[in-house]
Design a protein around this ligand. Structure first.
Ligand code: LLP
Length: 424
């Protein structure tokens, strides 16, 4: 029985009927399954354990995918480290009990304040994106009397064959250091006070559903490690970046064991410690966004199902034309009448559309739906657009479920605005 499936006609997450969560906390509401999160993490871990002999790898969950502290905490308990990209994510990781020596700091534009926090706390590694950042790290490390282990994030100029907005490893993308000029920067870094260049990092994009771009990027990284070692650098870590893509519609990503075999064949012969930063693979299919039908509207040759979740709650469809399956929480009968709807949210933009021309059983006002595969890059990317409160989040564990993000009241949201005295 799958972790999110119909039981007795009702959609369940683990042992909880999702309608119970909707009734208790209202809609829209994000729900995450601890069991699915753990299964995904363990699948990654097992695949790597199968190809390594001495656990020379650290899975640093990319918490940008879902940074709720309850999620971080439960993954941390399983042994996960964290990949953070801001001072805010770093704080969440610390608060959720992740040890600094399991935290990697990535990100294209780190500021002095964030770097100081990372350095003072002695995190595992900072993935450096440019020479100016290197200078800033050296200055702070010297002030703090610390030695900081850094990796340069390499831009290998490899096409990840994913959506243009989440492609990061092409020369024209803002990310990383050109692989050709990297040796010069390593030589420079080695001479700088407070800096120990011990790693090479790469991340060519997200939602990769083929192995070939990973293979190409890993080969270029491996060749660089060999070259750097010939030049006298002690390279001890390779950070292979984000994880495998997942299935939203009909994508057929490779098995995690095939991905691990690539690392075995290309990276492990270098005898380095491997850092991995999967986000989507861990959190994506562990979450759903529950939403209720507000109105059914008959248009010209169209039927619109207007639901209470919107683009501000789950941006992926409007931002990347991403597909998320939507299913009713009441199991449709075999003989139920099929109706074609556009599923749209209440925000005043045509882009606020979740599905176009999708078949459903006949739906009515109040009907409950689950927007599937919404555990990664869902709640974290939500906003208050149209003065809509942020959606609460709920964590399910077998027969229990609890709120893991406070319900934001409209009044709280509105009361955050300040009126200057001269306008009062
Ligand atoms: N490491 C780095 C340096 C990254 O930039 C990312 C994602 C990851 C790891 C995690 O990648 P994953 O395993 O999740 O593929 N908002 C977009 C995705 C943006 C990904 C940004 N970086 C979406 O909803 O599709």
């Amino acid at each position: 029985m799958s972790i999110i499936s119909y039981k007795n006609g009702k959609l369940h997450m683990e042992s909880i009927a999702l309608e119970n969560i909707a009734e208790k906390y209202g809609t829209p509401v994000y729900c995450y399954s601890t069991e699915q999160l753990a299964d995904n993490y363990h699948a990654y871990q097992k695949a790597m354990r199968d190809v390594t002999t001495d656990d020379k790898f650290t899975i640093c969950y990319a918490c940008k995918a879902n940074s709720n502290q309850a999620v971080i905490k439960m993954l941390g308990r399983l042994g996960a480290g964290m990949d953070v990209v801001s001072g805010g994510e770093m704080l969440r990781a610390f608060k959720a009990g992740i040890k600094p020596e399991k935290i990697v700091f990535s990100g294209i534009g780190k500021n002095e304040n964030e770097l100081t926090k990372a350095i003072k706390n002695g995190i595992l590694q900072i993935n450096v994106e440019c020479e100016s950042e290197l200078g800033m790290i050296s200055k702070i490390a010297t002030q703090e009397g610390k030695k900081v282990q850094i990796a340069f994030r390499i831009n290998p100029d490899v096409n990840a064959k994913t959506h243009a907005k989440i492609t990061t490893g092409l020369r024209e993308n803002k990310f990383g250091i050109d692989i050709q000029t990297a040796p010069k920067l390593y030589a420079k870094a080695k001479e700088m006070p407070g800096i120990v260049p011990t790693g090479v990092a790469v991340h060519i994009g997200s939602q990769l559903t083929e192995l070939e771009p990973f293979a190409e990027a890993f080969k270029r990284v491996a060749a660089l490690v060999v070259e750097l070692r010939e030049q006298g650098h002690l390279i001890t870590t390779v950070d292979v970046g984000g994880g495998l893509g997942i299935t939203y519609k009909d994508e057929t990503p490779p098995e995690i064991s095939q991905y691990a075999a690539l690392i075995r064949d290309i990276i492990l012969p270098l005898k380095v410690h491997v850092i991995m930063e999967p986000g989507r693979y861990i959190a994506g299919n562990a979450g759903v966004l529950l939403t209720r039908v507000l109105h059914i509207k008959e248009g010209q040759g169209k039927k619109f199902m207007i639901v209470d979740a919107a683009m501000n709650d789950l941006m992926r469809p409007s931002l990347y034309d991403a597909y998320h399956p939507i299913i009713p929480c009441n199991e449709p009968g075999n003989k139920s009448l099929k109706v074609v709807y556009d599923v749209v949210g209440p925000v005043c933009e045509t882009g606020d559309t979740f599905l176009t021309d999708a078949e459903f059983p006949k739906m009515e006002t109040g009907g409950l739906l689950a927007i599937m595969v919404s555990g990664a890059y869902g709640a974290v990317m939500s906003s208050n657009y149209n003065s809509r409160p942020l959606v609460p989040e709920v964590l399910v564990s077998d027969e229990q479920f609890d709120l893991i993000r406070k319900i934001q009241k409209t009044e709280d949201l509105v009361n955050n605005d300040l009126i200057p005295e001269w306008l009062a």
